[in-house]
Design a protein around this ligand. Structure first.
Ligand SMILES: C[S@@+](CC[C@H](N)C(=O)[O-])C[C@H]1O[C@@H](n2cnc3c(N)ncnc32)[C@H](O)[C@@H]1O
Length: 212
């Protein structure tokens, strides 16, 4: 496993983080993937696949789709390949800002818990739009730590969440990005047309753009 994270990647690549990603994907699968089923034969790009935790669910729900999954971390990609073997996924080590694919190479793009780590998510979406065919769709799932609520109220729990958001901001990311998805997608993927945002639960707003 590689131990050097890209600058600004707050989680790092420990074994514990790999387990967290897998647990997160499995626990939230019904919420995050409800409605995400890609037609057989369609070309789907998963950007920032990590250790393949979401890839497993994508493959299970869209067995006939032609999935390409990329991550900037070779170590994570190796784990993803081991987690989702023999599923026909095309794996690539790549930076999503500089993808090794031609324009309009994909019918659908899927991004989960990645934009929140990037200093310029608008630039990332523009790069993803390049490889999306006209009329293709983009699904973006991101969190928003600012929507966490506790009962009974706890100043300590609230301080811990604030600290998490601050650490992510210090690293160049944005743990509150969930609330910005609609304008980001509207600007960067669909021009002036509106993007649809579905809030699937407080901490995990989800935006699904229906047309490039
Ligand atoms: C929190 S993990 C999410 C992984 C996966 N999408 C999931 O939900 O389990 C974020 C992933 O984005 C990757 N990443 C960060 N910056 C990237 C970039 N510029 N290009 C491609 N992947 C990137 C990281 O290496 C990491 O694997």
């Amino acid at each position: 496993m590689d131990t050097v994270a890209p600058p600004g990647y707050v989680h790092g690549y420990s074994a514990r983080e790999s387990r967290r990603l897998a647990d997160q994907a499995d626990v939230l699968a019904d919420l995050l993937h409800a409605g995400t089923a890609y037609p057989a034969g369609s070309r789907v790009l998963e950007a920032g696949c990590g250790v393949g935790a979401q890839t497993a669910h994508l493959v299970a729900r869209s067995p006939g789709a032609r999935l390409t999954s990329v991550d900037v971390s070779p170590g994570s990609l190796a784990q993803a390949m081991a987690r989702v073997p023999d599923a026909g996924v095309a794996w690539h080590v790549a930076d999503l800002h500089d993808l090794p694919f031609p324009d309009a190479a994909f019918d659908h793009v899927f991004v989960c818990f990645v934009l929140e780590h990037l200093p310029d998510p608008g630039r990332a979406l523009a790069a993803l739009r390049r490889v999306l065919r006209p009329g293709g769709t983009v699904t973006v799932i991101e969190g928003d730590h600012g929507t966490a609520a506790f009962h009974p109220a706890s100043i300590h729990a609230a301080a811990a969440v604030d600290c998490l958001a601050q650490l992510q901001a210090d690293a160049g990311g944005n743990g509150l990005i969930g609330r910005e998805l609609q304008p980001l997608l509207a600007r960067r993927v669909r021009g002036r047309r509106r993007a649809a945002v579905h809030r699937v639960r407080g901490r995990h707003p989800r935006a699904q753009d229906v047309e490039r």
